[in-house]
Design a binder for this molecule. Structure first.
Ligand code: SAM
Length: 220
């Protein structure tokens, strides 16, 4: 399939996302600029614009485009925001955050995926600060963040991630059991007495690979 053909199928996917209720033009524009085919294995390229998760090796997946759009929309990224992603995977989601104008930091626990995402992002000229490690602990050196996006399912909200959010910052994270999770949107704010508080909204049922780490699931 040629690059031109991908352009058409990419546009088609954006229309599907719009019809599914994604209404942030910024997010749709960003997704129309990122070449998903470059973040999947060669053998999967012809499926890159199906609205499905795809395997990226090591039992992990690149998330379904609808899920990516839905979670990204909830972050309400503004140009210059500092965004932390937990679960770099292929690097695709990080590229979308870059296209939205954020300064992007991303942590991946599996070394081979971290290395491939680094290569993918560099080849496409996306400047993202990456690290291989346990993202449930966040990335203290660069905190606080305006937005934190966790792309794997957690049993609870990791304290470290909430601590590393800016006031008025948003954390989006799937929370649930091994089989299904709800997406939580957590806004950190100061109440009228000046105390730090959280406002939590929850959305639908999704299925994610597990967030494995000190403040996530503790199994291999
Ligand atoms: N955002 C990715 C993309 O655009 O391709 C998809 C991520 S995949 C659904 C979830 C990723 O989270 C996997 O690559 C997995 O290895 C990673 N992960 C799981 N637990 C983690 C942890 N504690 N820290 C960092 N990454 C973790």
């Amino acid at each position: 399939m040629s690059d031109d053909n991908f352009l058409e199928v990419r546009k088609n996917l954006i229309n599907i996302l719009r019809n599914q209720g994604i209404n942030s033009e910024n997010v749709l524009d960003a997704m129309s600029r990122v070449k998903r085919e470059c973040f999947v294995d060669k053998s999967q390229r012809n499926y890159a614009y199906l609205n499905h998760p795809l395997p990226i090796g090591c039992n992990q997946t690149i998330s379904q485009p609808y899920t990516v759009a839905f979670m990204t929309q909830m972050l309400e990224i503004k140009k210059g925001d500092k965004a932390l992603e937990i679960g770099t995977g292929s690097g695709y989601q990080a590229a979308i955050l870059k296209e939205l104008g954020a300064e992007v930091f991303s942590v991946e626990r599996i070394e081979s995926l971290y290395k491939r995402a680094k290569k993918n992002l560099e080849e496409l000229n996306y400047s993202v600060t990456l690290k291989c490690g346990d993202g449930t602990l966040g990335w203290k050196e660069y905190a606080p963040f305006d937005a934190i996006l966790v792309t794997a399912g957690s049993p609870s909200i990791p304290d470290s991630l909430f601590e590393q959010l800016n006031i008025n910052g948003v954390l989006v994270i799937p929370v649930g059991n091994n089989y299904s999770q709800e997406i939580y949107r957590i806004l950190k704010y100061k109440d009228i007495n000046g105390n730090i508080s959280k406002d939590i909204m929850t959305f639908k049922e999704f299925v994610f690979v597990p967030l494995i780490g000190k403040e996530g699931w503790q199994f291999e």
